[in-house]
Design a protein around this ligand. Structure first.
Ligand SMILES: *[C@@H]1O[C@H](CO)[C@@H](O)[C@H](O)[C@H]1NC(C)=O
Ligand SMILES: *[C@@H]1O[C@H](CO)[C@@H](O)[C@H](O)[C@H]1NC(C)=O
Ligand SMILES: *[C@@H]1O[C@H](CO)[C@@H](O)[C@H](O)[C@H]1NC(C)=O
Ligand SMILES: *[C@@H]1O[C@H](CO)[C@@H](O)[C@H](O)[C@H]1NC(C)=O
Length: 364
């Protein structure tokens, strides 16, 4: 009997503290998490112990078991619903420019789908205050090509005021360069690293490992440059596999911990920025039209899946599916068939922030 109680307690601790420690440690320096964590622990310990105290169990079981199960089930199912976003794309009424057929003439907005399952996840658009609480004291690294750059810009636009944004745009969009900024009010550091090829991402990760400094939040994505300059999906796949194993070795593994206490205990939150939908007829050079076909893009997409780098396939990185967001927004959301309006990446940023909330059990 005693053994079973201890086993129950141990299980409760493992179930709770391991994921909490791994997922929520750094991003959660705030009272909200403390309370939600405390509640979660109370409930779970309650569930594991109540069977051994029959008099209490009648009273508690019905409430606590169901709450805990809901929390655990929701986590998995809500992550899969994060991209259930619908777009409204409307012709602009009065300032319509007949010389310009494209995206400027269309107003866009997005929202999460109104279905019972999506609504039950209570996804939310985070405002500046929410983001500053969530990312307080964090080091954020966004690395990749121009898609990653626009993504970084969208994230910054959630935390900076309009004047701040103007100066950011100037320096962030210097072609092919890195960018560093600190948002003092929330103690957040953001680095954009220009990394057009997967090999560049792998060197970046190797650098973190060498210096033993790890970002709290790492968003990476690359593929279009390789597609244009190499047109060789299997070569892309090889580089992704190398990146995957490099990222995997970045994560704390129990065996490494045992002997080496200096390894940072918290693990970064890792995201993969998927490739956008390409609208071949709109691509702005002949070379792009010839090389970046739907067929080739499909092959590149398959390599991402095959490489096993994504969470859905047991890998370390959670997908931010710019492919589906851009596809659903449609051709009125792009001018060059490759770079989409800021709002598409903004939706991606909110998907990421909600994924972080789910990981760290926070509700704002
Ligand atoms: C606008 O689009 C229509 C069809 O969608 C096309 O016939 C027309 O040439 C386009 N005009 C310009 C200025 O691109
Ligand atoms: C960030 O955290 C620090 C201490 O950890 C706290 O003093 C500060 O108020 C927090 N800021 C925000 C915006 O949450
Ligand atoms: C990225 O990788 C390519 C090819 O490996 C290399 O030529 C280039 O210098 C790298 N760029 C950066 C910014 O590291
Ligand atoms: C594509 O890349 C693979 C792996 O790097 C290589 O073996 C193959 O020769 C390349 N194919 C072409 C057509 O360059």
């Amino acid at each position: 009997m005693l053994g079973a109680v201890q086993l129950g307690l141990l299980a409760a601790c493992v179930v709770l503290f391991v994921p909490m420690g791994m997922a929520g440690w750094h991003l959660s320096r705030n009272k909200v998490l403390f309370f939600s964590g405390a509640l979660f622990i109370t409930l779970a310990v309650g569930v594991h112990l109540t069977p051994y105290f029959p008099s209490v169990s009648d009273f508690v079981t019905s409430v606590s078991t169901s709450s805990v199960n809901v929390v655990v089930d929701d986590r998995a199912s809500c992550v899969s619903l994060l991209h259930e976003i619908v777009w409204e794309v409307r012709l602009r009424g009065f300032d319509f420019d007949p010389m310009n057929n494209n995206s400027v003439n269309y107003e866009k907005s997005w929202s999460w789908k109104r279905s019972d399952s999506v609504e039950s996840c209570e996804f939310q658009r985070l405002n500046r205050h929410d983001v500053s609480v969530l990312l307080n004291g964090s080091w954020v690294v966004v690395a990749g090509d121009s898609q990653a750059r626009i993504f970084a810009l969208s994230l910054l636009s959630l935390v900076l005021d309009p004047e701040g944004m103007e100066s950011v745009k100037g320096s962030l969009f210097k072609r092919h360069s890195d960018y560093h900024t600190e948002v003092d009010e929330m103690g957040m550091m953001l680095d954009f690293m220009w990394a057009p090829y997967v090999t560049n991402l792998t060197s970046l990760v190797a650098g973190f490992k060498r210096n033993r400094v790890y970002p709290d939040l790492l968003v990476m994505g690359s593929g279009l440059w390789h597609m244009l300059h190499f047109v060789n999906a299997s070569d892309y796949g090889v580089s992704l596999e190398i990146l995957r194993s490099s990222v995997t070795s970045l994560l704390p593994v129990s065996s490494e911990f045992g002997n080496d206490e200096s390894v940072a205990v918290r693990s970064p939150h890792l995201f993969w920025l998927g490739m956008p939908t390409l609208v071949n007829s709109m691509l702005n050079t002949k070379e792009k039209k010839e090389k970046m076909t739907d067929l080739v893009r499909g092959e590149y997409e398959r390599e991402v899946k095959r490489s096993g780098m994504l969470r859905q396939f047991e890998g370390p990185l959670q997908l931010l599916d710019i492919g589906s967001l851009s596809w659903n927004c449609g051709i009125r959301c792009t001018d060059d068939g490759m770079h989409y309006d800021g709002i598409v990446y903004e939706a991606g940023v909110h998907v990421m922030l909600n994924a972080l909330l789910i990981e760290s059990h926070q509700k704002i």
